[in-house]
Ligand binder design. Structure first.
Ligand SMILES: Nc1nc2c(c(=O)[nH]1)N[C@H]1C(S)=C(S)[C@@H](COP(=O)(O)O)O[C@H]1N2
Ligand SMILES: [Mo]
Length: 500
């Protein structure tokens, strides 16, 4: 070693940082070419999501909303970068300790990736590549470039070049990878439904600006799932397996499903973690095959009270078997609003069961249906503190106006939902006034949300608007305030509007 010009701690830390970033980029490329979910940062983030207690993840989501995933990735990225800088600084005085620390990091990343459901031992490769690149970089820096300025510039240029090339390669791979899926999606021609959806009627959409449309366009449909990197399912090799407490195991390909009787149904999906007035709810026209008909072919053991659905990334939901068979339109959906299922919404197939929250029914990237019992198995969110399946709570939301209005006639409008019971009335209260009945839109079934509207004669000043719905059983939405944990929020949506 050249002790005449020892590089400073800062220079070593910078070298560690640069080598680590280059390593992460190469790891990302290796994953992009094989299994995107195995990328070091993605795998670490998936692991964090899987292990943090509900209270912590909930607090975080309350704080940052759907920015949770990007922020988690950025946080883990900063943590790994800081660790890389620390390893660089350590290498200066204790090179073997630094090498050991790098090996530990490689092992943690590799273990996180290998442990992810649906990935095998090869998922370790991206993390090992990442650590190997960081290691090689620091080794090279140590032996040749840590002292003279020109050498440092060369080190930076090479490491930066490797990192940039790897990122560009990842970008290319991510375009080609999902693009291949997009090509499959584009190629899939959805058959016409054998049983088309019943049209809700001429007034499914009331006339008010800012009111959610009866059908939510796919691009606007809320997205909730645990996947940091969305599963990319190859439809040509995809199958749906039915097993567990059945007379005979069955397996279906996409062609099998498309060859069955296809039904089309409008069904509103909502998330148990939707706050009062929140937007984790949407209504779509789903095309799919009947879930009970398909299960019946397997011969379901009457003792199997739970249907566990599993996705390609290992996520599970447990639905009550009796509800699946009670005549409601439970579907294995392959189409959403006239298009093949979008990748974010479960391509190539997902479950939709009217009247249940998404976490106990709406499995995306569906690969397995297992008949079992509630005693025998707890699905993903049940082990993390959410309730076993309970009915969706009656909710109503004011979409418009938002904050301000002009005095005179103002259209106050929104949506209300109580899937599978339906909405029979919606009332609006202005300040401390009486509850006033609202006009309701046309709906075809009890499984969708329903628009409501009231022409309000607004006088200048601040006003509080509050909405409440009555479900199809005649039960008025409760004003009692409850948070989303463990089985869905209650309370009335209320807004303050300034009228000029
Ligand atoms: N594979 C998988 N499916 C899943 C989830 C998930 O995390 N992974 N989340 C569920 C939850 S909590 C909800 S609310 C719905 C949301 O469906 P969407 O993203 O299509 O709106 O998907 C359900 N299906
Ligand atoms: Mo959800």
């Amino acid at each position: 070693m050249d002790n005449a010009h020892p590089a400073s701690r800062r220079a070593w830390a910078a070298a560690g940082l640069v080598a680590t970033l280059a390593g992460l980029a190469v790891g990302h490329l290796a994953a992009a070419l094989t299994a995107p979910r195995a990328a070091p940062l993605s795998a670490l983030a998936d692991t964090v999501i899987a292990v943090v207690p509900l209270e912590v993840s909930h607090w975080f989501i309350e704080l940052v909303g759907t920015l949770d995933k990007p922020l988690l990735i950025i946080g883990i990225g900063l943590g790994v970068a800081a660790a890389g800088a620390a390893i660089g600084a350590l290498w200066r005085t204790r090179p073997w300790a630094a090498r050991a620390a790098l090996a530990v990091f490689a092992a943690v990343g590799a273990a996180a990736a290998v442990a992810l459901p649906g990935l095998g031992a090869s998922a370790a490769v991206p993390s090992i590549f990442a650590a190997a690149v960081a290691f090689a970089g620091l080794q090279w820096w140590d032996h040749r470039y840590r002292t003279e300025a020109a050498g440092r510039r060369r080190f930076l240029a090479v490491a930066g070049g490797v990192g940039a090339a790897a990122l560009a390669g990842s970008w290319w791979a991510s375009r080609v990878g999902p693009a291949a899926i997009e090509a499959d999606r584009d190629q899939l021609v959805l058959p016409e439904p054998d049983a088309p959806a019943v049209e809700p009627g001429p007034r499914a959409d009331l006339d008010a600006e800012g009111l959610s449309s009866y059908l939510t366009p796919n691009g606007d449909f809320y997205r909730i799932d645990t996947a940091i990197t969305v599963p990319r399912v190859d439809v040509d090799t995809w199958t749906l397996r039915v097993h567990g407490m059945v007379d005979r195991e069955l397996e279906f390909t996409m062609d099998d499903l498309l060859g069955r009787e296809l039904v089309e149904r409008d069904i509103t999906l909502c998330c148990v973690s939707n706050q009062v007035g929140g937007d984790l709810v949407g209504n779509a026209r789903w095309l799919g095959v009947s879930l009970p008909a398909l299960l019946a072919e397997a011969g379901v053991d009457p003792a199997a009270d739970q249907l566990v659905s599993r996705s390609s990334d290992g996520w599970t939901a447990g639905s009550p078997t009796d509800l699946v068979f009670d005549g409601r339109d439970a579907l294995i959906a392959v189409g959403m609003n006239g298009q093949p299922l979008p990748v974010d919404h479960g391509w190539p197939a997902r479950l939709v069961i009217p009247g249940l929250y998404g976490y106990v029914s709406a499995t995306k990237w569906l690969t397995e249906l297992e008949l079992t019992t509630f005693d025998a198995y707890d699905a993903y969110w049940i082990t993390r503190g959410w309730s076993t399946p309970r009915p969706i709570k009656t909710q109503s939301r004011i979409d418009t106006p938002r904050r301000k209005a002009e005095s005179g006639t103002v259209a106050v409008a929104g949506v209300a939902w109580a899937q599978h019971r339906g909405i029979s009335a919606v009332e609006l209260r202005v300040d401390d006034g009486d509850w006033q009945p609202c006009e309701l839109s046309d709906v075809a079934t009890t499984d969708t949300w329903r628009q409501w509207l009231l022409e309000w004669d607004a006088s200048p000043g601040d006003h509080t608007l509050t909405v409440r719905a009555t479900d199809g059983d005649g039960i008025v939405q409760t004003s009692e305030v409850q948070g989303v944990i463990p089985d869905g929020a209650t309370g009335l949506h209320s807004i303050t509007v300034t009228v000029d």
